[in-house]
Structures are given as C-alpha cells and as structure tokens.
Design a protein around this ligand. Structure first.
Ligand code: ARG
Length: 370
C-alpha cells in the first residue's frame, strides 16, 4: 500500500489541496472547511479518501499547470479528465485507454486529455500499473550492427518479447500496451488500428527526403508518470498533449542515441559531411524540423513550432501573473533544442520548485519486479 505517509500527513496534504482548489474554483471558505472536515473523518475511518470528480479534474489540471518542464502550459484549463477509478480488470482498463486515445487523436485535431485509474492507496481497490513509457512508441532491437528502431525502447521491447509479443523487426514497430493489476501477470494488448495516427515525413522542397522513409506518431501519451493530488497517488494516469516539432525533429529522429538521422538528411540534400565547419548538422536539423512541421500540417495533425510555443509560454506567465500566481519552471527543459537563444525563454531564469498537485517520475514496474 502506498500513501503519503502517516494519516496525519495525508490529512495535511488533503487540506492544502482542498484549500487551494476550492479557492480557485470560487467556493466559499465554509465549503472548503466543511470538505476538509469530511475528508479528515474519512481518513480516520478508512485510511484514505476519495476525490470528487471536480477535485480530481481540477487537481489534474493543476498538476499540468505545475509541470516545470512543460512549455505548453498555457492550455492547462482545457485538459479533459476521464475518471477510470472504477475499472475492475485489465480488459476494462484497456478499453478506457483506447477510448482516451481515440478522443485525443480526433482525426488529427489533437485534444489534451488524461485518464485517471484507481489510486495506489485506496484500500481494497485494484492497483494498476502501465508498463509503457508512452502509449504509442516504437520498438528497439539490438543486432550485430547496432540498434534497429528506437534505442530508448530497448529494455521495454525485451520485456514485451518475454511476455510473448513479437514485432516485425522494422524501424517503426508499434509496441503493445502492457497492463498489470496487483501481482497478476502483466497483460499484453495490441493497439487497435484506429487508436494510432502516424505521419509519414516529407519535405516541402526536397523529394529525396521522402525516400528516407521516416515517420512519427501524432500524439505523445506519457504513460509512466504518477499523478499526486492532495496526498493521493495515482500511479496510472496516462496523459497527452500535442507535439512541439523539435521533440521529434531535434531529438527523437536526430539524437545520435535515438534515430540518428542527421547524416541521412544531409545526404538527401547532397551536403558533404566531412567538415564540422560547414555546419551540415545544423542545416540538417533545420530541414528535418521543417519537414516535421510541414508533414504534420499537411496531414491535419496538431503540432506547434518552438517559436510559437515560446510565445504561448510567455502568455501563460502573464496569465498566471494576472491571477497573482508565480510560475515555476526548469530552464534546461523549457528552452527548445533548436535555436534556443532565438526564443524569449533563453534570456530568462526560473524558480524550479516542485509543487503539488504534480506529475512525478516513478520506477518502471519491470525494473522493480526483478
Ligand atoms: N518528448 C517526448 C517525445 O518526444 C514527449 C513528451 C511530452 N510532449 C508533449 N508535447 N506533451 O515523445
């Protein structure tokens, strides 16, 4: 059983959350105090407490607003919160995940959403862990020549194979969903076809670029972070936004340790890669990122460029300031990996204090269970 610690500590965290949330929701102090008293009693009786849907929903939004590494927080209030705290088994949980993926993907007009499964400390409830890092992710395989696919997925791909899954062995094999309830053996589900949108990458003015056969998926669904609200820990709470182009073009496809595509892009453009001083890597980065933004747009999939995202972040800060709230952030994550000094964020500094409600890292179950 996982709790915030002692029941006194849980009561303290619950009260802090209710105080903040109820104030922001425009409720009276009397309402907040009554709710805190009720929660206190519930904790004394049961060892834990249940969030109302309104508390869960606002708590999840606050967790997004408090995400110091996220540049896209202007839209925190638009988060759709799906309450899946009543699921009974793996099958039901997978159905809720497919529903979330279809809602979020929305034919390319991506909608931010989160699905919240039963918390870890609800006595008697099913404990659920999602083994995936993201709901959609490409497999990675080691062979004599190196890695085929996404090297970030090597360990998880091995786990999937151990559980009986087998991929085709391409650079872009979709990994299955792996769900675990309590100590039961994890269950493996192939992603239904209509839950995944993929975008083939082409370049607006270079034909050979398209022949590289690159693609990426439309929606980033983070599945392995826990959501902490008022002392309650939701270990399974997958969420999504939409991509900022550089995540794909300046990291996933270009990092040497990931898809390492800069040399191939340079070749498609006919640039020599012999001298660093020609800045072929920088030119390839720019063209790869142009291709990502162009292709997503062309396929009607939501995406934001890093200049626009930086401006949106500035608006988020102004908006928070007007509400009398200070924004926390982590500079090293907020600056984009392409042309960072061309954005306003570069020239700033941030207070990186971690607030709750919030999203936190947790260890992958397949690393703890062995
Ligand atoms: N950087 C991660 C990726 O490239 C996704 C992180 C979340 N990103 C987002 N836009 N919500 O897959």
């Amino acid at each position: 059983m996982i709790t915030a610690g002692t029941s006194k500590e849980l009561e303290r965290q619950a009260a802090a959350f209710i105080g903040e949330a109820y104030f922001e929701l425009g409720k009276t102090e009397a309402e907040a105090l009554a709710r805190i008293a009720q929660i206190r009693e519930e904790i004394q009786d049961t060892g834990t407490y249940l969030h109302t849907y309104e508390e869960l929903s606002y708590g999840a939004k606050l967790a997004w607003r408090n995400s110091n590494r996220c540049i896209g927080r202007l839209f925190w209030q638009s988060l759709e919160v799906f309450d899946a705290r009543n699921v009974q088994n793996e099958e039901e949980a997978s159905e809720r995940i497919w529903a979330h993926m279809r809602y979020a993907t929305n034919g390319g007009r991506i909608r931010p959403a989160i699905t919240v499964f039963p918390p870890a400390c609800t006595t008697g409830a099913n404990r659920i862990r999602i083994w995936n890092h993201q709901l959609v992710r490409y497999a990675g395989y080691r062979d004599e020549t190196g890695v085929i696919g996404d090297s970030a997925s090597l360990a998880f791909t091995e786990e999937c194979e151990r559980l009986g899954w087998k991929g085709e062995g391409t650079r872009f094999d979709l990994l299955p969903l792996v769900l675990q309830f309590n100590d039961r053996p994890p269950q493996v589900f192939r992603l239904p076809e209509d839950t995944v949108l993929e975008i083939p990458l082409t370049h607006p003015d270079n034909q050979s670029f398209g022949e590289l056969g690159l693609k990426w998926y439309a929606v980033p669904f983070i599945a392995d972070m826990r959501l902490d609200i008022g002392g309650i820990i939701y270990e399974a709470a997958p969420f999504n936004g939409w991509y900022m182009g550089t995540e794909i073009g300046a990291r996933n496809l270009s990092d040497v340790e990931r898809y390492n595509q800069l040399p191939a892009v340079a070749e498609a453009f006919g640039w020599s890669t012999h001298s660093n001083a020609t800045l072929w890597k920088d030119r390839a980065l720019v063209e790869l990122n142009v291709a990502v933004l162009h292709s997503y747009k062309q396929h009607g999939a939501s995406i934001v460029d890093h200049h626009t995202a930086s401006e949106q972040f500035l608006r988020f800060e102004k908006q928070e300031q007007s509400q009398g709230r200070a924004v926390t952030g982590r500079w090293s994550w907020l600056i984009p990996p392409l042309s960072p000094a061309a954005t306003n964020i570069w020239h700033r500094s941030f207070d990186d204090t971690e607030r709750t409600p919030g999203f936190r890292y947790q260890q992958a179950p397949y690393l703890t269970s062995r």
